[in-house]
Structure formats: C-alpha cells, structure tokens
Design a protein around this ligand. Structure first.
Ligand SMILES: Cc1cc2nc3c(=O)[nH]c(=O)nc-3n(C[C@H](O)[C@H](O)[C@H](O)COP(=O)(O)OP(=O)(O)OC[C@H]3O[C@@H](n4cnc5c(N)ncnc54)[C@H](O)[C@@H]3O)c2cc1C
Length: 243
C-alpha cells in the first residue's frame, strides 16, 4: 500500500499507508523508486536531489532472426543513458530501445499521461532547466525519434542496417527514476543517504536490477547499523537457528 505519512519519534518511525495501516519500526528503508525523494521528504529528510522521470520506449523486432546477441552502441559519457540498443531475450524476442524522453508524470508511461502537480514539481527544480539548457539538442532528437517511427528506425539502422520500419512493433515502456542535483548533474551512480532511523535509496539506475543482491546487502547493513544505534541488538544465531 502507498506510504502517505511518516512520523519520526525518538524510538524510530511510524508509517501510515493509504489503507489506514500504521507500521512502526526502528528503521525505515525508503526504496520507493520514482517517489523516493517524496518519501524522504515525508520522513522530514532533505533528499538533496529531485527525481526527474525519463521514459524509455521500446519496439519489438518482428524479424528477431536478424539479431543473434546483444548489440550496444559506444556509450556517450556525457549522458547516464546508454542509448538505443538491441536486446535478445531468453525467449528469442528482440527489443529495440530504450530511448530517453521526459515523462510528464512520474508514472508517465506514454505521452498522454500528464499529472500537472508532478510536472510542476519537475519544472520547479533548477536542475531540470540546467539539463534542458545543456542537452536540448540531444533531447529534441530523442523526442523526434519518440514521435516518429521512421526517425527511430533510422537510429536503429546504425546498429542493424537491414531493419525496416514495418519490422518495429510498439512494446511497453519503462520510466527511469533519475536523480538530478540542483546544478543539473544527472547522477549515474547509486546514491544511498542516511539520517537517524532512515536509509533512503535515492538513485538506483541501471544496472541496479542486475546488481540488486549486493545493493540489498549494503542497504541491510546500513539499516542494521541504524537500528543498533537505537539500542537494538540482532538475535544471537547458533548453527543457523536464532536462540
Ligand atoms: C527503460 C528501463 C530500462 C532498464 N534497463 C535495465 C537493465 O537493463 N538492467 C538493470 O539492471 N536495470 C535496468 N533498469 C533499471 C531498473 O529498473 C532499476 O534500477 C530498478 O528497478 C530499481 O529498483 P528499485 O527497487 O530501487 O525501484 P523500483 O523497481 O522502481 O521499485 C520502487 C517500488 O516502490 C514503490 N513505491 C513508490 N512510491 C511508494 C509509496 N509512496 N509507498 C509505497 N510504495 C511506493 C513502487 O510501487 C515500486 O514497487 C532499467 C530501467 C528502465 C526504466
């Protein structure tokens, strides 16, 4: 259920969810993805970043036999996004993408999804305007490739010359929870911040899904340390059993 309020107390935190449940804990781990900065603020912590949502759109290749493996472009170090690449899945299907276009809502999985309050929150962050100023040419190209299938096909042709426009079938999009600093820096590393009783995962870009186990271990280590500061001690373990 959606976390709607967080109350910080001397002993820990009380979290209220949209269905009226109240959960109490010594430590709160915030890994709310597209909403992690909002949840940090609910807890009374300044995240120091704003999540600026960037949608990544995909097409599926109608002739998957054209691609036998993974095909990547040389990354541009100026951007945290890799650019359109070709991914062959275990099931043999091939996906082309993702591009990177501004989403008009945090869960803006398509152009028609617009949430004015969320858009205002993005536009009121100085970093958003810095990105627009620095990367407007690249951004305009991405929007063009999003709105024009033939422009997208043209971009794919750099990696797969045999592809034709009719080979591209629309496929579901994802939205990146991109943390942006006030000065417009697009963070490309993981960012975990702590405060008393809280651990906030504020930037977990790709390859955070691939790296989820070590990231989870690191988050757990920090959460345990925070809990121990409140006097909590982990139960003694003997031969794999708690005693
Ligand atoms: C287009 C695209 C391509 C990607 N490709 C790759 C890739 O190839 N390899 C890779 O490793 N990674 C990839 N990623 C990145 C990967 O998806 C993320 O790194 C990963 O999902 C981050 O995990 P997370 O648990 O931090 O956040 P999320 O997976 O976003 O999970 C956040 C959760 O918090 C919940 N939540 C939000 N707000 C609240 C609230 N108020 N109360 C309660 N719950 C809340 C959400 O419902 C969600 O379940 C890609 C991402 C995108 C968008």
């Amino acid at each position: 259920a959606e976390v709607t309020a967080i109350d910080r107390r001397a002993w820990g935190v009380a979290v209220r969810t949209a269905d009226g449940l109240v959960v109490r804990a010594r430590t709160l781990v915030n890994c709310a993805g597209l909403h992690c900065d909002r949840v940090a603020r609910l807890a009374g912590d300044d995240p120091g970043v704003r999540i600026v949502p960037f949608r990544g759109e995909y097409y599926e290749l109608a002739r998957p036999e054209l691609v036998r493996g993974l095909v990547y472009p040389v990354p541009d170090p100026a951007f945290p996004f890799l650019g359109v690449h070709l991914t062959r899945g275990f099931d043999g299907s091939v996906h082309l993408g993702p591009n990177a276009v501004p989403a008009l809502a945090r869960e803006g999985y398509g152009w028609p999804v617009v949430r004015p309050a969320e858009l205002l929150s993005t536009l009121s962050w100085p970093g958003t305007w810095q990105i627009a100023r620095k990367h407007w040419r690249y951004g305009a190209g991405e929007v063009h490739r999003s709105l024009s299938k033939s422009a997208f096909t043209q971009a794919v042709r750099r990696l797969l010359p045999a592809v034709r426009e009719e080979d591209l079938r629309p496929s579901p999009a994802g939205v990146r929870a991109q943390a942006v600093l006030k000065d417009g820096t697009l963070l490309d590393d993981f960012l975990i911040r702590e405060a008393p009783h809280t651990v906030h995962v504020l930037n977990a870009p790709s390859p955070a899904a691939t790296a989820c186990l070590p990231i989870g271990r690191e988050v757990a280590r920090r959460a345990l340390r925070r809990a121990q500061e409140t006097g909590w001690r982990p139960p003694a373990v003997e031969s794999g059993h708690c005693v």
